[in-house]
Design a protein around this ligand. Structure first.
Ligand SMILES: Nc1nc2[nH]c(S[C@@H](C(=O)O)c3ccccc3)nc2c(=O)[nH]1
Length: 285
């Protein structure tokens, strides 16, 4: 399987695991918090991740922190659109917009974004039609419940089967709305309505999602589960655990890894790729 995604003219090859660098444009991610400072800092951060070897940049304006209040569409636009415009001009990388709102999807693609990354799986009103009309690839992620409530004792009969079924249904819904299957990526949504045990089970059985016939994205970077396993309270001290988790995800078929720490992940994947190339006959160039 060597799919490529045409992201608004910028091609993302998924012939091997690729690194999606996270550019959070939420005031709480840059201490000064002023709008202009936030914009400059976000653009600078995106350029740094590009220099570290990111294959694409994921721009998000809404902190989907559990318990977080919804961000109004105007605020989300104010945060993300200027950053996407600047990054689209200053890097050749594909840019994804991390949003669930159709208005933000439209404005982001107009500003140069080439991929929609929706943690809500295009379930908001108008999202499916907006994504279909925009003609860019989409990431469909599983979430149980809503961001505010998802971590209140999440439960599953069989977490892999239930997440698998949800993603199969979202793929079907997307195809019915006119989104070609070759433009779809799926994601089990680590940390979105899952306990540590659920996340570990999903990672251990990540290959199951390859059965859906579309590329798989994994995003564990600096998440609570990594903190619980390593005892690292501070997010920035979870780099090693995050790299380990993403290497396991790559080993189990993930072709997109959504990470904060691009340089560390790129290095780990270079080691993985060299060995993977040994194991099989010459991989397709
Ligand atoms: N496709 C895809 N998009 C994503 N956006 C995010 S936000 C997440 C974080 O820790 O980055 C997060 C979760 C909860 C609160 C704050 C931030 N996580 C994913 C993911 O796992 N997959």
């Amino acid at each position: 399987l060597s799919p490529t995604l045409d992201c608004n003219g910028r091609v993302l090859k998924l012939d091997r695991p690729r690194v999606m660098g996270i550019v959070n444009v939420t005031p709480d991610s840059f201490s000064d918090g002023g709008a202009h400072d936030t914009l400059e800092a976000a653009v600078a951060h995106g350029l740094t991740l590009a220099a570290e070897g990111a294959d694409l940049l994921d721009v998000g304006g809404e902190s989907t922190r559990p318990g977080a209040a919804e961000v109004a569409v105007e605020e989300e636009l104010r945060r993300t659109i200027p950053v996407i415009e600047r990054l689209a001009r200053e890097t050749a990388l594909p840019i994804s917009i991390d949003t669930s709102k159709p208005e933000v999807m439209r404005a982001a693609v107009a500003a140069g974004a080439g991929l929609i990354n929706d943690v809500y799986g295009l379930r908001r009103e108008g999202a499916l039609d907006a994504a279909a009309a925009l003609g860019v690839p989409v990431v469909l992620m599983h979430m149980q419940g809503e961001p505010r409530s998802m971590q209140h004792e999440p439960q599953y009969e069989d977490v892999v089967a239930e997440v698998h079924r949800f993603l199969a249904e979202r793929i079907f819904a997307a195809e019915m709305a006119g989104i070609a299957k070759k433009r779809i990526v799926v994601d089990p949504g680590f940390g979105f309505g899952k306990t540590l045990q659920h996340n570990l089970t999903l990672l251990a059985q990540l290959e199951r999602f390859g059965e859906l016939g579309v590329p798989v994205l994994a995003g564990l970077s600096r998440k609570r589960s990594i903190g619980e396993l390593t005892g690292r309270e501070a997010a920035r001290e979870r780099v090693h655990g995050s790299v380990a988790a993403h290497l396991i995800a790559a080993q189990r078929g993930a072709r997109l890894l959504r990470v904060h720490d691009v340089a560390a992940t790129v290095d780990a994947l270079k080691v993985w790729e060299a060995v993977a190339a040994q194991a099989q006959p010459r991989r397709a160039a």
